[in-house]
Design a protein around this ligand. Structure first.
Ligand code: ADP
Ligand code: ASP
Ligand code: MG
Length: 408
């Protein structure tokens, strides 16, 4: 019988009542198939543990931070296993180490390098439901690591791939992947299916319902991935598929919002070879990722302005690095803007429809929303706008492309 991996996010296990509900959902699947249930920490536990670490004083040691953060998932797995036992089922909770999830030694953002599945398989063969702690692994030396925020999705997909599961179901607090965040756009609709490529792009630009690394991994293994609602388990949810297996190619599948953005500009830098390398090299040294880079020349063409976007928490260190580079290059100065959010549309057939970008920009213009920056990929158009106008912008764009109405 084919194995099913189910993953339950923080909101699904927020309270004992919800943990009991999760046990019911797992029980239904376990009546027909062997099950590995991957569990996140209860509610906001991970945020709370982070706060505790900072309260001790100074920047926490990353090894110890991982030791602390991993406890959130361990509490939740033990409780879920108990709730399953209470229903008369054989269940066992397992930590990252017990699961054999081997990662790199990069604390707080480790990547999985191998999964030694023998122990999980033994439990499954003996008829146990395995309740797996998400978000964590172990170094080859046995130190606890975590995979980065939202990492339980990645644990679920990695386990499903390693165990050759028939499907990986990500259970969350909404009924699937919607045309926009349903908590922002009330007319958003659940998509029956979406391609890995579109979902990856949506996840990268703000659709927090799935972690981009999990989508990438599912695509690599061609693993059927489904997003479903823990509180409405009969809803069929959204299935992720290869682009070639999709029945319909939509010009626009969804609209996303990423509010964790900030803008930086270095003004009047000399227009000569090596300058961009120096500017972005300084940021790369501090492991700061940049996006939406624009270089614009001035009238006499001897100097340029370079503008780009970073994550809001990276603004202070990025500004510090950029100010040092500006002094070295005799640039005029540095500008920082925290009032930025990114609104994006994603669609597999977007570039086949030449009018799409223009109609998005015009609709925002008609609504008096200023576009601060624009960037595009083959299947995405993103506009940086003022954070205070971002939610309105998402609703306007969602209406513009009739995403609440189209047959999806
Ligand atoms: P979990 O705790 O289950 O991991 P998350 O909070 O990480 O849940 O993800 C679920 C949330 O993702 C939803 O409550 C919703 O607000 C948000 N979300 C953002 N964009 C989308 C989208 N396009 N479709 C569905 N949910 C979305
Ligand atoms: N508990 C972790 C977090 O809050 C991992 C997860 O929920 O996916 O980031
Ligand atoms: Mg999540």
């Amino acid at each position: 019988m084919s194995l099913i991996v189910q993953k339950f996010g923080g909101t699904s296990v927020k309270s004992i009542a919800r943990i009991k509900n999760v046990a019911r959902v797992v029980e239904r699947a376990a009546a027909r198939n062997p099950v590995v249930a991957v569990v996140s920490a209860m509610g906001d536990t991970t945020d709370y543990l982070f706060k505790l670490a900072w309260q001790v004083g100074g920047k926490p040691n990353r090894r110890e931070l991982d030791a602390l953060l991993a406890t959130g998932e361990q509490i939740a797995t033990a409780l879920v296993a108990m709730a399953l036992s209470d229903r008369g089922l054989q269940a066992v909770s397992m930590t990252g180490n017990q699961l054999g999830i081997i990662t790199e030694s990069v604390h707080t953002s480790a990547r999985i390098v191998d999964i030694k599945t023998e122990r999980i398989r033994r439990y499954l063969d003996d008829g146990y439901i395995v309740v797996a702690a998400g978000f964590q692994g172990t170094t080859p030396e046995g130190d606890t690591t975590t995979l980065g925020r939202g990492g339980s999705d990645t644990t679920a997909v990695a386990l499903a791939a390693a165990l050759e599961a028939s499907i990986c179901d990500i259970y969350t607090d909404v009924s699937g992947v919607y045309t926009a965040d349903p908590n922002v756009v009330h007319t958003a609709r659940v998509l029956k299916e979406i391609s890995y490529e579109e979902m990856l792009e949506m996840a990268r630009v703000g659709a927090s319902v799935l972690h981009p690394r999990a989508v990438e991994l599912a695509r690599k293994h061609r693993l059927p991935l489904r997003v479903r609602n823990t509180f409405d388990p009969d809803h069929e949810g959204t299935v992720l598929k290869g682009a070639d297996q999709m029945e319909i190619q939509r010009p626009v599948s969804g609209v996303t919002l990423d509010r964790n953005q900030a803008r930086l500009a270095i003004l009047k830098v000399p227009d000569r070879p090596g300058v961009a390398g120096e500017v972005f090299g300084a940021l790369a040294e501090r492991r700061i990722s940049v996006d939406m880079i624009i270089q614009a020349f001035h009238e006499d063409r001897s100097v340029n302005d370079i503008t780009f976007v970073v994550k809001r928490e990276d603004l202070a260190p990025a500004k510090e690095s950029l100010t040092a580079v500006a002094a070295r290059l005799c640039a005029e100065g540095v500008l920082a803007d925290e009032d930025v959010a990114k609104v994006s549309i994603v669609g597999a057939a977007l570039m086949d429809q030449p009018g799409v970008a223009a109609s998005m920009f015009s609709a925002l213009g008609r609504a008096g929303i200023n576009i601060k920056m624009i960037s595009t990929s083959e299947i995405r158009i993103s506009c940086a706008v003022s954070d205070s106008e971002a939610e309105r912008a998402v609703r306007i764009v969602h209406d513009l492309f009739h995403l609440g109405e189209t047959d999806s």
